[in-house]
Design a protein around this ligand. Structure first.
Ligand code: NAI
Length: 485
């Protein structure tokens, strides 16, 4: 892959269009990839226009990460209050008023939206309300909600139009019986029962949250295991916890359709099986929002799944036209969008930059128990023919986990095997258990720094903390442990 050219997309590449306002960067889409581009470019003094058809913040802030985690926190508070007696705190059995939870979620989202909008104004980013479409010659046509058109032009263009939930045949989204994450996150009351189609990140988060709040949940996953992208040991811990909490998980099953009736809807799956529920939640992935994004002659290519094609520098092909975030076929994570935005802006500024290492980005899934990981799974490593040394340590022996009353889960570290059989550099760290999304940071640094167990174990973990489990696992990988053998 060739190195990026300095200052990609010069003025000379623009077509003459006297009326169009001109910016250093025009971004289509104000989600994480788009707003990170605009903030980072703005902080370097570049003039930036952001075209957004809804609200800046995108899926993550309005219909994704933030509202989902807010409701998972509602579930966590409910669990804590339900278990308070064990700590000697006497409370009556809690009940949930989901309309209040929805209000709180909206307040958090609105505050973050206000903060983000303010920050963009401070950085002198100009926002254009409307739907952006790239034409030739770095011109972006903006169609406002009233249908009026205007054109703006960027020395550089960043396509960051994001994604929408995928749907499946036989389950037309109607907002009543069949919902996607968009609708679930706007509910003001919970159903009594739900089928969740897809046991990936979104499916497990919704299943966990709803079950904790009293909904009878069935997860139907097409592949042979829950959380198919996760390490098997980690997915097994989540599956066991779900089972213990009464969530029915069926893996390796196909769904064929549903029939609504007065008392809910009957979902057909597997070999002639069915289940009657109030609501079906479809969480089978997200598709890029690339239709109508590109006019004639832009030179930007889209693959057969609708992802805009980019190289590792996020270049689409034509000079100075980049794409990032869920619109491109990289992990659909807000923080990956942030990282891609920085890669783009640094090229625009002719600064040196390293492409994102997609094999070692941090992942976090906020179901209960939480999942967090970075790097290769044990299966990935073995499939790639890499000899590994693996060490697992359960949270059951961790003092802080015992204090919290949350001992479910473990840390699993995968290292390259040295010729002498000892553990070499860390290839992957997979965590499941209490607050692991907040503990992943040092594992992420260790894997990306290609650190060895000796190097990582030399650092002290504060006691008593949950992070000691990672420290102890790595220490044991040096050949001798304290609590872990
Ligand atoms: P996903 O790709 O994580 O999971 C979709 C699941 O649906 C897969 O397990 C797949 O095998 C299954 N599936 C597909 N078609 C099916 C069918 N017809 N019947 C039954 N199962 C079927 O996608 P998900 O959960 O919708 O999330 C979308 C994206 O959002 C993910 O790529 C993820 O990166 C991101 N996300 C990240 C989160 C986080 O970091 N905390 C949380 C939620 C989502």
């Amino acid at each position: 892959m060739s190195e990026p050219r300095a200052g990609a997309g010069g003025k000379e590449s623009l077509q003459a269009d006297g009326d169009a306002a001109e910016f250093d960067v025009v971004v289509i889409g104000g989600g994480p990839a788009g707003y990170a581009t605009s903030l980072y470019a703005g902080s370097a003094g570049l003039s930036v226009a952001v075209v957004e058809k809804d609200k800046v913040g995108g899926t993550c802030l309005h219909r994704g990460c933030i509202p989902a985690k807010e409701f998972l926190e509602t579930a966590a508070v409910y669990r804590t209050v339900s278990g308070a007696k064990e700590f000697g705190v006497q409370v009556s059995q809690p009940t949930v008023d989901f309309a209040i939870s929805q209000d709180r979620k909206q307040k958090v989202v609105d505050q973050l939206h206000k903060g983000l909008s303010g920050l963009m104004r401070q950085r002198k980013n100009q926002t254009f309300e409307g739907t952006g479409r790239l034409l030739g010659g770095h011109v972006v046509e903006v169609t406002a909600t009233d249908g009026s058109l205007r054109r703006i032009r960027g020395r550089n263009i960043v396509l960051a139009a994001g994604s929408v939930p995928r749907t499946i045949p036989g389950f037309a989204v109607d907002g009543r019986y069949v919902l996607t994450s968009d609708e679930v996150l706007s509910l003001t009351s919970l159903p009594r029962s739900a089928v969740v189609i897809g046991g990936g990140a979104i499916g497990c988060e919704f299943a966990s949250m709803m079950s904790d709040l009293g909904v009878r949940v069935t997860v139907l996953e097409a592949l042979p295991k829950l959380l198919p992208g996760c390490d098997r040991d980690v997915a097994d811990v989540v599956a066991r916890s779900f089972k213990k909490r009464g969530i029915t998980v069926r893996t390796g099953v196909a769904v064929s359709g549903h029939e609504p009736h007065e008392s809910g809807t009957t979902v057909r799956f597997g070999d002639g099986e069915q289940v009657v529920v109030d609501t079906v939640i479809v969480s089978v992935g997200r598709r890029p929002l690339s239709e109508d994004l590109l006019g004639e002659g832009t030179g930007v290519e889209v693959d057969e799944r609708g992802f805009v094609k980019v190289d590792e520098w996020m270049r689409t092909g034509p000079d100075g036209v980049f794409a990032a975030g869920d619109l491109v076929a990289t992990p659909q994570l807000a923080h990956v969008g942030f990282a891609e935005a920085i890669v783009i802006v640094k090229q625009i500024l002719s600064e040196s930059v390293t492409p994102v290492n997609y094999g070692a980005v941090p992942w976090g899934i906020y179901c209960h128990p939480e999942v967090a990981f970075v790097g290769l799974t044990e299966e990935d490593a073995r499939t790639a023919g890499i000899d590994v040394v693996v060490k697992k340590d359960p949270f059951g022996g961790n003092s802080r986990a015992k204090i919290l009353g949350e001992t479910e889960g473990m840390v699993k570290v995968i290292c390259e095997k040295r010729p002498d059989g000892s553990a070499g550099r860390l290839l992957g760290v997979h965590m499941v258990g209490p607050w692991v999304t907040e503990q992943l940071g040092q594992a992420y640094l260790s894997v990306n720094w290609e650190a060895t167990p000796e190097e990582v174990a030399a650092f002290i973990q504060p006691h008593p903390t949950l992070s000691e489990t990672f420290g102890e696992t790595v220490l044991a990988l040096t050949g001798r442990g304290l609590h872990v053998g």
